[in-house]
Design a protein around this ligand. Structure first.
Ligand code: SF4
Ligand code: SF4
Ligand code: SF4
Length: 208
């Protein structure tokens, strides 16, 4: 089995095959993340550091999902990345059709009858872009496209959901977070200890 171990895995959801739920595609980002791992030669690092035969659970796992439905389960791997779009209410006149309210599964959009505008509750918004797609007038539109990033998830004997870095990260910011995470992992991992067991706070990858 050891001959099949690559040292890392970068997986995506089916968004690249044309899933209509796609908020922001991570297809190109996934290729660039693969290149980061190739350059860092995680396999040689593992071979030098792990005292037993390498197994799949030693591999560093990155999973991308193109929308918050998260079919590829980014919450339970070392680095999870979720394609997202932050909506905003613009100046274009709202016709009060209610399509945005119906489109939002989080009940994060309400219509303010006094001001004749939609109102977005950002505490509930998952940045899925459905309200943007549903709005025929462009009143609700894209403010920023990017990625939510989650670190340190795992399954196994002591599972843990990954911790989310607050806010929306740009393509380049995600790549930097991945590079920092690999650097942190190589600095602290001994005998195959998993990234998630080393990480107690997402801030650690920013102070490396
Ligand atoms: S995570 Fe979203 S974009 Fe990806 S396959 Fe699932 S529903 Fe489609
Ligand atoms: S982006 Fe998605 S979760 Fe956020 S308000 Fe729009 S439909 Fe709701
Ligand atoms: S979908 Fe657009 S036009 Fe319709 S109520 Fe919502 S913001 Fe207004």
């Amino acid at each position: 089995m050891e001959s099949q171990i690559k040292g890392f895995e970068v997986a995506t959801c089916f968004g690249g095959s044309g899933c209509p739920n796609t908020a922001n595609s991570g297809t190109q980002l996934a290729k660039e993340i693969e290149a980061v791992f190739d350059k860092e030669d995680i396999l040689s690092f593992l071979k030098a550091n792990v005292k037993e035969d390498l197994k799949f659970h030693h591999e560093f796992r990155v999973v991308l999902a193109d929308c918050p439905n998260a079919c590829s389960r980014p919450q339970i791997v070392d680095i999870g990345i979720i394609g997202s779009v932050l909506p905003v209410v613009g100046e274009e006149e709202c016709t009060f059709c209610g399509y945005c309210v119906d489109a939002c599964k989080e009940n994060a959009v309400a219509l303010d009858e006094n001001r004749q505008i939609p109102v977005i509750d950002y505490d509930c918004c998952l940045m899925c872009a459905k309200c943007i797609y549903a709005c025929p007038t462009g009143t609700i539109k894209e403010q920023k496209k990017g990625f939510r990033v989650l670190l340190g998830g795992r399954l196994g004997r002591h599972p843990r959901l990954a911790m989310e870095i607050p806010g929306l990260q740009s393509h380049d910011e995600v790549l930097q977070i991945v590079k920092n995470s690999v650097k942190f992992y190589k600095k602290h991992s001994i005998n195959g200890k998993r990234f998630s067991h080393l990480l107690s706070s997402v801030d650690q990858v920013f102070s490396i």
